[in-house]
Design a binder for this molecule. Sequence first.
Ligand code: MN
Ligand code: MN
Length: 261
Amino acid sequence: MNKISLQGIIFDKKSSFLRGPRLAPPLIRKAYHSTSANYFAENGHEILPTIWNDKGDFNIDDYFQIEHITTKNISDKTPLITLGGDHSITYPLLKAHRKKYGPIDILHIDAHSDLYDNFEGDRYSHACPFARIMEDQLTNRLVQIGIRTLSKHQQDQADKFGVEIIQMKDFDKNTLPVFKNPIYLSLDIDGLDPAFAPGVSHHEPGGLSTRDVLHIIQNINTSIIGADIVEYNPTRDRDDMTAMVCAKLLKEIAAKMLSKI
Ligand code: MN
Ligand code: MN
């Protein structure tokens, strides 16, 4: 067993509006283990606790530790799923994955492009990871889905870096992007509509349904070598409903990874 690695990154110091995502990893694990649901994903894979090569949750003091920890945790042959944490962690996560895997494409689901050159003076803010990723050429291709907050600056950044943005207003579940390289999936929970996932710092109405996100994951056409679930903020949740959404997405990502191994 032990087919998929799992790590939690306890870190939210790069959040711009509210803290809280540091509390997420143990609560996503708890929802995943809840006896209110079974371990089956929709493709028939049973995502039992024994499939995890569980590295544990890591308390991060220094942002620059994340790459080091992740490099160690992907040294096995199994793909890694990371539970965040705010979205700033995706830049160091990608540094580690790119070194190991070479050419990869990124599928990024989010209400926000996170392409700011800097946010309130911080180039490592959770509003900036994809600017850093593109500058460092850590991906062959970046496709963003669910975006509904595109500013002029971020549109300029997207044009400069060649980022493909499927804005929420144009989203059509029947025409999903087709990838050539293995995928890194970065899943910001605020990409979902706050009606489905209220436990996020930035409520941005008009987003994806849980079913839309499941459909996107289930229809990825290449293998997934790594993924993150970020920006779940338990302090904003209602009856743990967002924790349960995160746990469901965790199972579905794992099931998709297993179907391609
Ligand atoms: Mn984000
Ligand atoms: Mn976001």
